[in-house]
Design a protein around this ligand. Structure first.
Ligand code: ZN
Ligand code: ZN
Length: 410
């Protein structure tokens, strides 16, 4: 950079002094935040964005605009100013592209620019306005800029996005439709091959698809009980799997229902939990520990276990399938998950064999219990013991010696 090469020029001096003052200001705010608590701490956080981060983003944007026009980034080997921001300013692709868009549009949105510079508008609100300008043209936004800027100050960026979308639709319905169609074209969903015991999900949905999925997931996410230690992310993940589990079979959960959701290939040794037995193989790829195979063996409505030779005979021989009448009797007796303190409803529950089916337990009411999936998992994979007491209550004992070595907590 030219300024760095001539450190004695007035411009270089101003650069150094500016950076130094910025550092001093940051340190001063660090001290304020360190000493503040309660309401004062909240106030400090608000001020950091209002008087610091957002106005600095405005300054950053005006610099990016000029840097973009100058083409200087090319001399530094970058293909575009976005590319330069990504590699030199530590921004992700998306964050860099958004800043370039904001920089380019702000020039044409004077009221937005002014409100941004003095801290009245936050960066994310400005990004929403810049996107609207990109979609319908800055001139259309300028016609309603005053009211849009005013509205932005009364709501969070998420809600303001809805306002901006409505505005776009009003001034350019065809454009809004094209955008929706474009979003739909971009849809994809990727499910990785299992690796190290996990499967990664990644994807894009259009707004309608996203809303539909969200509604379905929310319906499967009852309000967390007070003993529900799961994070919101874990609860959403459980809901997604539950959605998959219910997918083909609807609410029919009596062993006689339609095809099972999971096909596992396992050996007799695995089912019996004999040390050194191979893992269970999922038909769709990936392996699961013996404990998981045993859990799935508990309730054949959700899985079909396949094996070779002797296991096939064993499977045919055993009546592990919960007959519809037994399932109904079990539901009438237990009414919800029986794990102490848990009330997850019937349709979340598997039929669990107290003496595991794999150890010769009968598929009969006295040997059965309803357990929700997380608790069913705790019993099989995490070594918890579940007992029915003489007075027909349920008792759960935490694992004494071990969590099965091959059970993952993730
Ligand atoms: Zn079980
Ligand atoms: Zn439960």
């Amino acid at each position: 950079m030219a300024v760095a090469e001539v450190p004695t020029s007035p411009r270089a001096h101003r650069f150094e002094a500016g950076v130094e003052r910025l550092r001093v200001a940051v340190q001063a705010m660090a001290a304020v935040v360190r000493d503040a608590d309660g309401e004062a701490l909240g106030e400090a956080l608000i001020k950091i964005r209002e008087a610091g981060i957002d106005p600095l983003e405005a300054v950053f944007a005006s610099g990016v605009r000029r840097f973009d026009k100058s083409g200087e980034y090319r001399d530094q080997g970058a293909l575009s100013v976005t590319d330069w921001l990504r590699s030199r300013c530590r921004l992700s692709d998306g964050a860099a592209a958004e800043r370039v868009e904001v920089a380019r549009q702000l020039e044409r949105l004077p009221q937005t620019q002014a409100a941004f510079a003095n801290g009245d508008l936050g960066y994310q609100h400005v990004a929403v306005l810049a996107r609207a300008a990109e979609h319908v043209g800055a001139a259309a936004v300028r016609k309603e800029e005053a009211s849009l800027v005013q509205t932005a100050q009364t709501m969070d960026p998420g809600r303001f996005t809805t306002v901006a979308k409505n505005f776009e639709h009003r001034v350019d319905a065809a454009g809004a439709l094209a955008e929706a169609n474009h979003a739909y074209q971009r849809r994809y969903f990727h499910l990785s091959e299992p690796q190290d015991g996990i499967v990664r999900l990644d994807g894009i949905l259009d707004v309608e698809g996203g809303a539909m999925l969200k509604t379905a997931l929310n319906a499967l996410m009852p309000a967390p009980g007070k003993d529900d230690g799961r994070t919101p992310g874990q609860r959403r993940a459980d809901a997604l799997v539950e959605l998959g589990r219910r997918g083909g079979s609807g609410s029919k959960r009596n062993g006689a229902g339609p095809r099972p959701q999971l096909i596992i290939r396992a050996s007799l040794d695995t089912l019996a939990g004999i040390p050194g037995a191979p893992a269970g193989e999922l038909e769709g790829g990936g392996t699961v520990p013996a404990e998981t195979v045993q859990r799935y063996a508990c309730d054949s409505a959700i899985s079909r276990i396949m094996g070779q030779g002797e296991l096939d005979q064993e499977l045919n021989h055993a009546s592990r399938t919960l007959p519809a009448s037994t399932r109904r009797a079990l539901e009438a007796r237990d009414r919800h998950c029986v794990f102490p303190g848990c009330t997850r409803p019937l349709n979340w529950c598997d039929g669990h064999h107290l003496v595991w089916w794999t150890r010769g337990g009968a598929t009969a009411l006295p040997n059965l219990a309803l357990l929700c999936r997380p608790h069913h998992r705790m019993v099989h994979e995490e070594g918890w013991a579940l007992e029915r007491t003489k007075d027909s209550n349920w008792k759960a004992r935490p694992p004494i010696h071990r969590v099965p070595a091959n059970a993952r907590s993730a």
